[in-house]
Design a protein around this ligand. Structure first.
Ligand SMILES: Nc1ncnc2c1ncn2[C@@H]1O[C@H](COP(=O)(O)OP(=O)(O)OP(=O)(O)O)[C@@H](O)[C@H]1O
Ligand SMILES: [Mg+2]
Length: 380
């Protein structure tokens, strides 16, 4: 079974959309899939999937040790796809105790399926990071804005810290070193990881080696969603380079997905877009990602060929170009056929205007920070 946890630093970048549609796309390729809503406290996957929320879900399982995982596993109208809903009625479920998390992980690992897709909540809570780390090659979804890529990076940094903290026990001198750092009020987020690791290596080389061995299995796969322009794809490269240089981890790219207005109509019809409009640019991007996942897994289970991470990012750039052309031509088609009304165009312009304003704000904020940094004597 392949476990694919879908995470992002920032919310609203398309984790649930990707999880639900990818799950269906994989069933079309004759794979058995279980889709689980692990966005505890913010479950909405059932809405995207167009399924009714069962009375029992993840929250019931976590709060009641007598419930088995099979009791919260529902068949869906999609052949080959089963669904574990979250629990919208029980927001308290977001605070999961360590024993119930262990019980859940064990139950999930025993499920019989080809793919287990976990739709996670936004942010970097321990639980979210731990679920992401259930497999080394979880999917990280990001949008091409500064805040989103920055949050994706911080998510990865948290994941690396989590791996570090699972590499020592309370008796190790590294434990007291880390505790002192915490007490110091130094936010771990601000610490330069490489420097910290050097200290860990000096304090306890065994811990360092254990950490290195564990972190070597971490190879997240990136999806850049909500693209508007092929040039947006450069943010993927930035993220990849930062992850490599500052966190010492390699990433792969699963490709890009453009913002697609058809998603709004799919949502209104309570249908996942791959079912609502399989020919749309968005659906095609999802099918392409499903293809890559299957290809990837075959490659991983076969002899290790030396596929460079670089290739997958180059491929994503080419896809971004090709999809942009497709997007523009389908827009023209829609206009000619009358499926797209003047009202839709007005709405689009309004939406874009809103996004431009938001970007301008972000730009002003970054400029201000830059000026402040320069004033403090940093070289710009
Ligand atoms: N490529 C896309 N084109 C158009 N709309 C999109 C696209 N991707 C996501 N959306 C829309 O953006 C919104 C957020 O998507 P989604 O709920 O999947 O994000 P999320 O990361 O799961 O959010 P949360 O962090 O709140 O769980 C939804 O309304 C979804 O339909
Ligand atoms: Mg979601």
């Amino acid at each position: 079974m392949q476990i694919i946890a879908v995470a992002s630093g920032k919310g609203g970048v398309g984790k649930s959309l990707v999880s639900a549609n990818l799950a269906i796309a994989l069933t079309r390729m004759k794979k058995k899939v279980i889709l689980a809503d692990l966005d505890l406290g913010g479950s909405n996957l059932h809405l995207i999937l167009g399924e009714h929320l069962g009375t029992r879900g993840m929250g019931t399982f976590l709060n009641n040790s007598r419930i088995s995982i099979n009791e919260i596993l529902y068949p869906t109208s999609w052949k080959g796809l089963s669904f574990i809903p979250g629990e919208a009625e029980l927001p308290g479920a977001a605070n999961v105790s360590v024993p119930s998390k262990r019980r859940l992980v064990k139950a999930l690992s025993n499920l019989e399926t080809d793919y287990l897709i976990l739709d996670l909540g936004a942010g970097t809570s321990f639980n979210t990071v731990d679920f992401f780390l259930l497999s080394g090659s979880g999917i990280l979804v990001a949008a091409p804005t500064l805040t989103s890529t920055l949050n994706a990076y911080l998510f990865l940094k948290n994941a690396v810290f989590r791996i570090l903290s699972s590499s020592y026990n309370r008796k190790s001198p590294v434990h007291s070193f880390m505790e002192d750092l915490r007490k110091d009020g130094t936010s771990l987020q601000k610490i330069h990881l490489n420097k910290l690791l050097e200290s860990v290596r000096t304090i306890d080389p065994e811990v360092y080696d254990k950490f290195r061995e564990k972190v070597a299995h971490l190879r997240p796969r990136l999806i850049m969603n909500l693209l508007d322009d092929p040039r947006d794809v450069y943010r993927s490269q930035r993220l990849r380079i930062s992850a490599r240089e500052y966190l010492g981890i390699e990433m792969d790219s699963l490709g890009v997905i453009y913002r697609d207005q058809l998603q709004d109509s799919a949502q209104r019809s309570s249908l996942p877009i791959v079912a609502y409009k399989p020919q749309s640019v968005l659906s095609q991007a999802i099918f392409r990602i499903a293809d890559k996942l299957i290809e990837n897994d075959e490659r991983l289970s076969g002899p290790l060929t030396n596929i460079e991470a670089n290739d997958s990012f180059k491929e994503a750039e080419l896809e971004a170009e090709a999809d942009f052309d497709l997007k523009i031509s389908s827009l023209e088609e829609l206009l000619h056929s009358g499926a797209l009304t003047q009202g839709d165009l007005v709405e689009t312009v309004r939406m874009q205007q809103f996004e431009i304003t938001a970007l301008k704000k972000e730009n002003r904020f970054v400029k201000k920070k830059l000026v402040e940094a320069a004033a403090q004597g940093f070289k710009v």
